[in-house]
Design a protein. Structure first.
Length: 87
């Protein structure tokens, strides 16, 4: 099994005036994301399929069951790992 870091599409598209954004780092890249996202919401926002992902927030692995409950905060460091099968 191979692990690849996934970033997804650029998240700075579609900003609206007055909308609150957070600056977080995803796999080493600084990004502005909507201020009301959970980890689950971030995965959806980036258009990533969650089935083969692992997520780390601020150097701690986050269990999939916790994704809907953990709200992102300004300056969070997120690592998204995508598991790829094959031989």
């Amino acid at each position: 099994m191979v692990m690849k870091r996934s970033c997804g599409a650029s998240s700075s598209k579609g900003k609206k005036a007055g909308e609150i954004f957070l600056q977080i780092t995803i796999n080493g890249d600084k990004r502005d994301v909507p201020g009301n996202l959970t980890i689950e919401g971030l995965i959806q926002h980036l258009s990533l399929a969650p089935e083969r992902l692992a997520v780390e927030r601020n150097r701690e692995v986050v269990r999939r069951t916790e994704w809907p409950r953990i709200a992102l905060e300004d300056n969070d460091q997120i690592e998204i790992i995508h598991f790829v099968g094959g031989g």
